[in-house]
Every structure is written in C-alpha cells, then in structure tokens.
Design a binder for this molecule. Structure first.
Ligand code: E4P
Length: 218
C-alpha cells in the first residue's frame, strides 16, 4: 500500500518524508488556503517546493471547471515537475479532461468521488488514480469503506489499472480497513499516519527492556 500525506504543510511533509515510508502527497485548494498559499504564482512555486521534498507523486488540483480550462491548467501543472499528477474534479468535463491527459501520457487523479459509477467512469477515462472520499461519506452516515470494496471488485472484474487512492482518511482504522480491502494508496494527515505507530504494550515493553538493561549494567 502506498502512503500519501494529505497536506500542503511543508514541515509536515518533511516530517513524514523523514520516516522513510512516504510515497507521495495530495493537496487540494482548501489545504493550500489553510497554509496561506494564495495567488497562482505562489501556488505553482509551492507545488515545486513540495516536489523537491518528496520522491513520489504530488497531486496538484485544477481550479477550472470547464474542459478547455482544465486542459490548459493541467498542462501547465504537468510541465512544472515530472512528479506532478493533475487532479481533476469528478464532473463531465473532468472526465473528458482525464481522457485527454491519459491519451497524452499525463497522469491524473480524479477527485471528489463518492460512488462506484463515478469510479467506473474515471477508470474508463484512463485516470491514474481515483480518489473516493471515505471520511466525508462516513460523515453523512454512509459506509465509506463499502465504496472502496465496490470499486475494488469492479476494477478487478475488468482489470482496470486505475489505482484506488482512499482519501478523506480520518483515523488509523480507515487505513487498516483500506489495506485489508486492497486499496492501492491511502492519503491522510500526518497525525493519522503517526497513529499507526502507537501501542501501549510497545511503550510498556520498551520501558521494561531499558529498566532491565539499567539494572544489569549498574
Ligand atoms: C484528497 O485528495 C483530499 O485532499 C482529501 O483527502 C480530503 O479530505 P477531507 O475530507 O479530510 O477534507
């Protein structure tokens, strides 16, 4: 399973990268705004800064909602850095743009996916990644994990190569459950990735090992 961090915060990206388990970064306009990154030039520079911090794919989202705009924006984003993946919204023009980019060999991430039908369309358009938002589904009393399972079944039935990028991850059990289902990638905040480290028996066991070492080496 690939681990992406879902943030535009450079310190958190650096921290996750230093763990040695990071495979990429996802961003979105809300995450950019949260870091105070505004204005096209600053946003583009920020994407390059992120690419220079990590080895893997960096999803950069278009703002346009029309086909021509998405193609124009996506092409400039893709030219910024070879690690950039063009992130497109799951709307009619987004699917058309995904097909355009796929034909040109430019990688895409179709985002804001909330149904199996949307995921099927993204795969047919040749998207590199599809991003089902499981946390936001859970937020409205709908089982987000069930969507991951549905997409997994459909993609396996037809051998689609689009990778399932489980997004809107809220807690460690989301990661574990997505790994059990076989999602290709998960993207989540640093706190959730680091949450995987925690177990009280590890802390108790380590404290005992160190105490016993101290006793034996007095
Ligand atoms: C995915 O690429 C999105 O940036 C993200 O996972 C959305 O998560 P949220 O529902 O926590 O905003």
């Amino acid at each position: 399973m690939k681990f992406f961090i879902d943030t535009a915060n450079l310190d958190q990206i650096r921290e996750a990268q230093s763990l040695g388990v990071l495979d990429g970064v996802t961003t979105n306009p809300s995450l950019m705004a949260k870091e105070g990154i505004t204005g096209t030039n600053n946003i583009l520079k920020h994407y390059v800064a992120i690419c220079n911090l990590v080895d893997g794919d960096v999803s950069a989202e278009v703002i346009s909602t029309d086909y021509e705009g998405m193609v124009r924006e996506g092409e400039s984003l893709a030219e910024l850095h070879h690690q950039i993946v063009v992130k497109l919204p799951m709307i009619k023009d987004g699917i058309r743009a995904a097909k355009y980019f796929s034909d040109k060999g430019i990688r895409t991430n179709v985002t804001l996916v909330f149904s199996a039908g949307q995921a099927l369309l993204a795969a047919k358009a040749g998207a590199t990644y599809v991003s089902p938002f499981i946390g936001r589904l859970d937020d409205i009393s709908t089982d987000g994990l069930n969507l991951i399972e549905e997409i997994k079944t459909i993609y396996e039935n037809y051998g689609y190569e689009t990778q399932i990028l489980a997004a809107s991850i809220r807690h460690t059990m989301h990661i574990i459950d997505c790994a059990k289902i076989g999602a290709d990638v998960m993207t989540g905040p640093l706190s959730v990735i680091e949450g995987l480290l925690k177990h009280p028996l590890t802390d108790i066991g380590l404290a005992k090992f160190l105490a016993d070492y101290e006793k034996g080496n007095k």
